[in-house]
Design a protein around this ligand. Sequence first.
Ligand code: IPM
Ligand code: MG
Length: 356
Amino acid sequence: MNFNIAVIPGDGIGPDITEQAILVLQKVGEKFNHSFTFTEVLAGGIAIDKRGKALPEDTLEICKTSDAVLLGAVGGPKWDTLPGNERPEQALLGLRSALGLFANLRPALLYEPLKEACTLRPDLVEGGLDLMVVRELTGGIYFGERGFREGKYGEEAYDTEAYSKVEVERIARVAFDIAMQRDKKLTSVDKANILESSRLWRAVVEEVSKEYPEVELNHLYVDNTAMQLVRNPKQFDVIVTSNMFGDILSDEASMITGSIGMLPSASLGEGTLGMYEPIHGSAPDIAGQNKANPLATILSVAMMLRHSFHLEEEAKAVEEAVVGVLEKGYRTGDIMSSGMTQVGTKEMGQLVLENL
Ligand code: IPM
Ligand code: MG
């Protein structure tokens, strides 16, 4: 089969890590007899520099007509002083929204060989850790009305959190479906003791739960969840939450699995088109230095094979190749521990290829 993939290397370490992920896909193609066509497009800070805007129309058009989008990272200090609506991050939000990618899957897996890199007490993660954060991605405060206005203390800035029933319903269904394929435990995270939008969220999730009698559902406040994640992370199977809470909790979940450099993500909508990216940022301080960990991006490609192309065997092969490299003791700087062999971005990519 042939698949068209739009590639957005983006900024900072984006080009370093997407390069390795592409090599992995090419190897998968050779091994399993698929062909992947890559079209590189501009978005983020580099698009601002070259084209005057973070998300050029042709980029969006090519992404829309592809089978999947692979994204490295966007943003950096160079563009930090631009007005909010002109920042590189707007490319990401614009893509998610324009492509209708409302469901963001962020699996947090503690790989056995990486136990040492986990920042929690070993007994808390004994036997491994495997949770899935399902983050709503095209609603809430990241997309709500915002601006400046005259307030009690003079000029103030404001952002708005708003959720409709439809938005909550569809993300809840995605989360329940995933829970059905896992341990059938779903935790819905909100701040229903304060926020009206959270009370609606909770009521809608309750309603949807009637369609999934086998799934054990519980509700937690976001502050409590942040605490529970470091107190007893193994109590979680699937977490479903809003855009902002999911952004925050998935970074926290990533750290308890060893490194933010390890976590992939898939952004999905109603169809099979998806966008795949590591959850980490553009790390401008190490860009172009062959230091970045490419594994989160390589694992994102595994998610692409699974969710957009329905190639489960191929997806597993990539995941197993990554575990194989870790088992052999190879580490990038971010997951380095004593007795292991430190390697750079390119070497790590090459090692995954050899293990495929
Ligand atoms: C993420 C990132 C983005 C987000 C930024 C870069 C816009 O933090 O994917 O988690 O907030 O969604
Ligand atoms: Mg984030």
